[in-house]
Design a protein around this ligand. Structure first.
Ligand SMILES: [Ca+2]
Ligand SMILES: [Ca+2]
Length: 144
């Protein structure tokens, strides 16, 4: 009994991609890894098809849902916190002369209804800089 495991999305990677189950009562474990680095913020769905033509009930089609979030400090929503985000925060400090583009989230990081120096500190605390992995402690669950 030979089975195969295939995903309908390249970011969901079953392992092993196939194998042999020796007996009908034997369990085969298929692990699904995911590569989310290139996925946009949002919810993503995939289906993995596990098939064995000789097995009743084949194929099995487990569904996978993956939610990609970002941090509130990612003001341009491109999944990093960098100088471009800080530039957006600086512009928002003077809201009398700057209106954020509709695709940019406001920079009211502490949720007090205004953008001022009290929003700069929470930004700088979690500003890892270019090519630096974000501090997991800064994950504020922002996103869908
Ligand atoms: Ca960003
Ligand atoms: Ca604020």
């Amino acid at each position: 009994m030979f089975f195969t495991a295939e995903s309908d999305r390249p970011w969901a990677i079953p392992s092993p991609a196939g194998g042999t189950a020796v007996a009908p009562s034997q369990t085969a474990v298929v692990t699904i890894a995911y590569e989310a680095g290139h996925l946009p913020v949002g919810t993503h769905a995939a289906v993995v098809s596990i098939s064995d033509p000789a097995s009743p009930g084949s194929p099995r089609l487990p569904g996978i849902t993956l939610t990609v979030r970002t941090m509130r400090r990612d003001l341009d929503r491109d999944r990093d916190v960098d100088q471009a985000d800080f530039g957006h925060l600086q512009k928002c400090l003077d809201m009398t002369s700057f209106t954020p583009p509709p695709d940019r989230v406001p920079a009211d990081l502490n949720g007090d209804g205004s953008v001022d120096d009290r929003d700069v500190r929470p930004f700088l605390v979690c500003f890892p800089g270019p090519n630096t992995t974000a501090n997991p402690g800064c994950d504020d669950g922002y996103g869908p």
